[in-house]
Ligand binder design. Structure first.
Ligand code: NAD
Length: 375
């Protein structure tokens, strides 16, 4: 079995596996190919990969020879064209926002696994790229907010007077939100957080932050720990509550998302217009439309002296640990489909294999994606 590691396109600093993880893949009796220069932006040289037993090749050779292709982002069009029936690709394919790619993978009979579809079961935790990368995003978002704030995060007592600590509001207390809370607390800020899932209240409080409640949220156990869309009436009450807290905050970190859907809008333009001058909004939901009405993905917007940073790609700013965690997640997933002799073993009776599979044999395998594409 030959496994190929693609180089990510410009703007992405991570690599799907660092040499330390490739070493483990080689021990699984697989041949590992790596595209020339794939690890450079994550400080891993071709020679580091060669030392652990991988072979450095051109992208052309990699795409035509590999049985399994690994990458973080979807393959570029040029590479997709070269792929052939029966090949396997494992990546974050973002199917809800990439319907054309999904259709093409199915037409070409490529077996694709989209890592963000991995069911969130206990057994899957070691493969969960959403969790590992969200941890990084939350941490970096808090640091970036502090860097952009025109003041201190912590309380400061000096001969020049006392400066109050920054007030941070975190919207969405999932993996990224909890990490943002913990990081902002360590920097000395006063932190409050809000989530539609009441179960998060205890986690928020255990980190020393205040939990803001808006009663009457729809919470569905069938959503596998995720949030679901809320009623219009609830959304309006929620926006009012968020508004009341937002106008007193100097930092807002937005992380609220609903898988496969546009991110909920929690901060209206009118709210931004009443915020403290110099306040910073970091919107991690930017790539799914953003939690702030004024967010623009991959842009910094200044509105009424408030800075709105729309970024969902913070893990790329921390490429070494992000690639380390991502690679380990992928290795654990690959172990589900390669047996002890290095042979392919696609067992669709395994919930994790089935749940993560996007396309196989001409078919879109994931029902949610299929419904979204057909509607
Ligand atoms: P996510 O990125 O989809 O969403 C982030 C947060 O936004 C969630 O906490 C969600 O409830 C919240 N949110 C959605 N709509 C909102 C709204 N209108 N207002 C306020 N908040 C809103 O989720 P995530 O962080 O990836 O994970 C969510 C949960 O999934 C975790 O907290 C955990 O319980 C569960 N989980 C389980 C496993 C596992 O068992 N393997 C792994 C990871 C996460």
């Amino acid at each position: 079995m030959t496994v190929g590691i693609l180089k990510e396109s410009q703007g992405e600093n991570r690599v799907v596996m660092l040499p330390e993880t490739v070493a483990e893949l080689v021990r699984m009796k697989t041949d590992v190919l790596i595209e020339k220069g794939a690890g450079e932006r994550a400080y891993a040289l071709d020679s580091d990969y060669e030392q652990v037993g991988a072979k450095v090749v051109s992208v052309q050779d990699l795409v035509t020879v590999s049985d399994i292709i690994l990458s973080i982002n979807p393959p570029e069009k040029d590479n997709l064209i070269k792929m052939k029936e029966g090949q396997i690709i494992i990546a974050v394919l973002n199917p809800f926002f990439n319907p054309e790619l999904v259709k093409e993978l199915a037409v070409k009979k490529i077996t694709s696994f989209s890592l963000e579809l991995l069911p969130r079961a206990t057994r899957a935790q070691s493969m969960d790229i959403l969790s590992s990368q969200a941890t990084i995003a939350g941490y970096k978002a808090a640091l970036d907010a502090a860097n952009n704030l025109p003041g201190f995060m912590q309380m400061f007592m000096s001969a020049a007077g006392t400066i109050k600590p920054a007030k941070v509001l975190v919207l969405g207390a999932g993996i990224a939100g909890l990490q943002a809370i913990a990081t902002a607390k360590r920097l000395g800020a006063v932190v409050e957080a809000f989530d539609v899932r009441s179960a998060t209240g205890e986690e928020v409080r255990s980190l020393g932050a205040k939990f803001i409640e808006v009663e009457g949220a729809r919470d569905e156990s069938s959503a596998g720990g995720y949030a679901v869309e809320q009623s219009e009436e609830y959304n309006q009450r929620q926006q009012q509550t968020v508004h009341n807290h937002a106008v007193k905050s100097s930092i807002i970190i937005c992380t609220a998302q609903i898988p496969g859907k546009k991110a909920p809008v929690l901060i209206r333009k009118e709210t931004v217009e009443q915020m403290i001058p110099g306040a910073v909004i970091i919107d991690l939901a930017a790539s799914a439309g953003g939690n702030c009405e004024l967010t623009k993905n991959n842009e910094v917007v200044m509105h009424n002296r408030v800075k709105i940073i729309g970024r969902s790609d913070y893990p790329s700013d921390m490429p070494v640990d992000a690639s380390r965690m991502f690679g380990k997640n992928v290795l654990n997933f690959v172990q589900l489909i390669i047996d002890g002799e290095g042979n392919l073993n696609l067992n669709f009776d395994d919930d994790l294999v089935k749940g993560t599979c996007l396309t196989h044999n001409n078919e879109i395998m994931n029902q949610m994606v299929k419904d979204a594409i057909n509607n």
